[in-house]
Design a protein around this ligand. Structure first.
Ligand SMILES: [Zn+2]
Length: 407
């Protein structure tokens, strides 16, 4: 059995037309007008395929095949995008999963276990933190976060939901309708350059790194830049600059392979002739090891404090998000490798530096991921693309793996 590749390609093209942004790429954050249109489109496709369609309180969309006994084998990803994102991130996983279930249905294949497609809400974190849908699905959401949380657009989540059939209570209850899941598979674009550089069409993920996000501030004293001697300043920006360099040096020399990034900076008051009194910045670090994550947490923030006290500043921070690294279970890695060999597709192990729904599902089921190359490593951009022949290989691997797991 093989997937119907032309049909899959047509689906990806069709979905890729919803939410086109005049400024480039696709803008389809969850619960936006474009997203609601994409949801309606997906539900129709699921029903056309003869799968039973269900939507939970968090807006996660499911398509189920077979009422067989035993735990569910799940396949999925997401159809929301970042602002001015690409048409493949997430979509290739959901639509390949749909195509696999559709083929199995068409063949009238009898499986021992139920198969279910999942499209998770707001994987991209445009609402309140990453993975809203999959976190709701496993039941690890915080009521206070949802009630007080602001979206990436600065609006309260409640306000975004007001135009939809969804509520905060519904999101918090979503996990109650979750079936028992044995395994979860997700096909995704790599979003990095490794597979293309190595010229290998399939990556079998061995590890998904954990991340730690904080908003941080150095607070000093704004003063006149012409009259305040250098040694008497409490320059918040210099605290930030010192921390940026020293934290990067520390990670590069002591924990090579881990990542540290300051992605957004705001210096206040932000003018000529004024020594900066406050510097706010985003600070994140990532690692594939739980132990390293906790070492980094204590070392990096004690470094931040040391710099503050040396420079006469205050340092404050608050945690925005935290995920644990996830090791993919060997039984699923072995299964994917074996099916890849049978199909004759070259493959290699890869580590995912980006987070995915699979990472969240891993707390409730064995979860694994298949990557296909991202040309030039580009993702979260209108330039994001794929080579279609890689997707065909990846989707056929997904089909074979699902058949093995559900038989
Ligand atoms: Zn994604």
């Amino acid at each position: 059995m093989q997937i119907n590749f032309n049909r899959l390609k047509k689906d990806i093209d069709e979905l890729g037309r919803i939410g086109r942004d005049p400024k480039g790429g696709i803008t389809r954050p969850s619960f936006s007008k474009a997203d609601l249109e994409a949801r309606a489109w997906l539900k129709e496709k699921i029903q056309e395929a003869g799968l039973s369609c269900r939507v939970d309180g968090a807006g996660n969309i499911f398509g189920r095949l077979g009422e067989g006994q035993g735990k569910t084998i799940m396949v999925g990803s997401h159809i929301d995008t970042v602002i001015n994102g690409g048409m493949f991130d997430g979509s290739v996983g959901v639509l390949s999963g749909l195509e696999c279930l559709r083929r199995i249905q068409e063949e009238g294949y009898r499986l021992r276990k139920p198969l279910e497609l999942a499209s998770f809400t707001d994987e991209e974190g445009n609402l309140v933190g990453d993975f809203l849908g999959s976190r709701a699905f496993v039941g690890e959401l915080d009521k206070e976060l949802l009630e007080k949380g602001l979206t990436a657009f600065g609006r309260p989540l409640k306000e975004i939901l007001a135009g939809t059939e969804f509520t905060i209570e519904g999101i918090l209850e979503a996990h109650k309708s979750r079936p028992e899941i044995e395994a979860y598979l997700e096909l995704h674009i790599e979003q990095g350059p490794v597979l293309e550089t190595e010229d290998v069409p399939i990556g079998i993920v061995d590890l998904i790194t954990g991340k730690h996000y904080r908003w941080c501030s150095y607070i000093g004293n704004a003063s006149h830049s012409g009259t305040t001697p250098l040694e008497l300043r409490q320059d918040a920006f210099l605290g930030l600059a010192d921390f940026a360099l020293k934290s990067t040096q520390y990670v590069a020399t002591k924990h090579y392979g881990s990542m540290v990034t300051i992605g957004k900076v705001n210096v206040m008051p932000g003018a000529f002739s004024v020594v900066p009194g406050q510097a706010d910045f985003s600070f994140e670090f990532r690692s594939g090891s739980k132990e390293t994550m906790s070492v980094l947490e204590s070392e990096l923030f004690s470094l931040a404090e040391d710099i503050a006290s040396t420079r006469g500043l205050a340092f404050v921070s608050r945690i925005i998000d935290k995920t644990e690294p996830v090791k993919i279970p060997p039984r699923l890695i072995n299964l994917l490798q074996e099916e890849c060999r049978k199909l004759g597709h070259p493959f290699m192990p890869v580590t995912s530096g980006a987070g995915h729904d699979a990472q969240i599902l891993a707390s409730k089921a064995d979860a694994a991921m298949i990557f296909i190359p991202s040309p030039d490593g580009i993702s979260h951009s209108p330039q994001e693309t794929i080579r279609w022949e890689d997707l065909e290989k990846g989707a056929n691997l997904l089909l074979q793996a699902l058949l093995q797991l559900a038989s």
